[in-house]
Design a protein around this ligand. Structure first.
Ligand SMILES: N[C@@H](CCC(=O)N[C@@H](CS)C(=O)NCC(=O)O)C(=O)O
Length: 213
């Protein structure tokens, strides 16, 4: 049985949940609460598994895998049916570039620990924290909108679901959660709405998780 260490609101875990669902892989959720008791991601029993103090972590056949990008690629290669990357090399690189814009450029600057550092150690207000959050969403989403315009149709890559949708959708979900204005991103809105109608995405959403509050 696959075990996913997850938190319902984590967009990085949300990516992996989507891929597990798309691959029809049953898994057990191990809830790691990122807020209660100072954050269970910092508990020694968890940091032994994930020294980065973050979710997701995936346990499979006695191995612990870290990093949502690596985990999603692993699942895609391990279960090659319903491939989530295009066959052509150049197209594969394009899909991966979308994943990396989300995972390497947009998400890290707005992570929980970064926001907590702003309001805690650096003493910024909630308003300043939100200004920071929205600033980086605008910068990232403007870029994504332009990049997606080269290939997107119903989904990020034409009419086929790929890893790009598994990365973009949780980030858009997060932007909604933080009330970021979305009217300037018609392509992002379209691919998000289309993806979230699919059971694999819908079932992976925060509200559907066993640890949802
Ligand atoms: N690069 C990591 C990022 C994981 C990550 O930052 N997860 C967040 C939740 S979305 C987390 O656990 N944050 C805990 C914290 O900031 O204390 C991945 O893609 O797996």
């Amino acid at each position: 049985m696959i075990k996913l260490y997850s938190y319902f609101r984590s967009s990085a875990a949300f990516r992996v949940r989507i891929v597990l669902n798309l691959k029809l892989l049953p898994y057990e959720t191990v809830a790691v609460h990122l807020v209660n008791q100072g954050g269970e991601q910092h508990a020694p029993e968890y940091t032994q598994l994930n020294p980065m103090h973050v979710v997701p972590s995936l346990e499979h056949e006695g191995h612990i895998l870290l990093e949502s990008n690596a985990i999603c690629e692993y699942l895609n290669e391990w279960q090659p049916a319903n491939p989530l990357l295009p066959v052509e090399l150049i197209e594969r690189a394009w899909v991966r570039s979308i994943c990396q814009v989300v995972a390497c450029d947009i998400h890290p600057v707005n992570n929980l620990r970064v926001l907590n550092y702003l309001t805690g150690t650096l003493g910024h207000s909630e308003g300043e924290k939100m200004a920071w959050y929205r600033h980086w969403i605008v910068r990232g989403f403007e870029a994504l909108e332009t990049i997606l315009s080269k290939r997107a149709a119903e989904h990020c890559w034409g009419n086929t679901i790929t890893l790009a949708d598994a990365f973009v959708s949780p980030q858009v979900w997060n932007a909604h959660r933080f009330n970021c204005p979305m009217e300037n991103y018609p392509i992002l809105n379209r691919v998000y709405n289309n993806a979230m109608q699919l059971p694999a995405f819908h079932q992976a959403a925060p509200a559907m998780q066993p640890d949802a509050e």
